[in-house]
Design a protein around this ligand. Sequence first.
Ligand code: SAH
Length: 223
Amino acid sequence: MLQSIPREDTFLHKGLRAKLVDELVKLGIKDAAVIAAIQKIPRHFFLEPGFERYAYENRAFTILANQTISHPYTVAFQTELLAIKKFDKVLEVGTGSAYQTCVLAELGAQVFSIERQKELYDYANHFFYLKKYGTIKRFYGDGFAGLPTYGPFDKIIITAGAPKIPEQLVAQLKIGGIMIIPLGENEQQQMLRLTKLEDGSLQEEHFGSFSFVPMLEGKNDKR
Ligand code: SAH
């Protein structure tokens, strides 16, 4: 299995990463811990070996099951909005390549990540780089349902375009907790930060439009 074989992180890769980080800073990313995590994690490990050269361009890229690894900028932006503190319990919907998952773990979060595509979930079981992070738990399931037995969570991040705010996820968010959700039924979604207030209601802030693959109901076990 190709993904189980460790790969190299060369000076060339590190240099390309430094350039990518410069680009993210120019685009407005400010959080030093987020920047350090992106500088540290070899994003090329998350693409198939033949496509490594695209890993340090600020672009999304197709992965297994016709899904995508998000733009580096989008990962940095969503992570910055989450304001991760060490030991935060974070629910991630849409493991995908697990790149965002590792960025969260690198910031000290305990990550509970759900993926609805069996093929992607299985692939990550053998991915050598994930073995580095003991604080990541992955689940094959439907993100609309969340993980009630593991909640409530300090933070929730959705990395697929959500047609609506999932009620069950709101219920699994702590008071004072934050959910970052790209909301919208079309190709473009609005990035929202929802903060759960004392009375259980949600304070809503908007952060511009983004484009994600859709958040879909149910699991998919096709290979
Ligand atoms: N964070 C990932 C993004 C992957 S794209 C990365 O950067 O690699 C979004 C992912 O969300 C896809 O893998 C898709 O299968 C998954 N997804 C969509 N709807 C879902 C749902 N209801 N539950 C769990 N995962 C879902």
